[in-house]
Design a protein around this ligand. Sequence first.
Ligand SMILES: [Zn+2]
Length: 206
Amino acid sequence: MLLLDIHTHNPSPNEHIKILNGHTAKTKNFCSVGIHPWEIDDDWKSRFSIIAEAANRANVVAIGECGFDLIKSRATKDVQQEVFKQHIELSESTNKPIIIHLVKGQEQLLQLSKNSKHKQAWIIHGFRGKPEQAKQLINAGMYISFGEKFNPGALKATPLNRLFIESDDSNRPIAEIYKSIADVLGLSLEQLALQVLENAKQCRVI
Ligand SMILES: [Zn+2]
């Protein structure tokens, strides 16, 4: 059974499809390019121009991870917003969805989503929030990706056609993560795998 891992930091090959998080896309694997909110420094503009160029490569299938981390990032909220806006523009100009890191900052993200009138899919990765938060993001048209740790209520509140699954920085095999999510949803591994592949096609990730 072919599984899609929408977001991983683990470059070692396996039999599944994965989107590797990478800054310069120097890999043949599918990958995403962006500046993580933890990595925003005074030099982010020059790094972003390298990313913008790499974003045109065929194996770069998404922009990110990027977004907001109002706890761990050293950058101010305003700077994080400025950096994220650049990623929105890049996503729209390359027709590639965005993989979003979101810790706090949900209101800011929802506001930006509304104001930017983006056409590309926005995928919130590694979602561990509560069902209420998930519903707000879903109502705004976003997709939600779940990993090793998640709130089961939030998972159940997510429509199947808005769902992704990821390993992120976990060492757990993606098949085990799929299995634990399939169990909560009362689906077979195969049903879940096919649904996620279908969602990826909807977002034009693969
Ligand atoms: Zn990540």
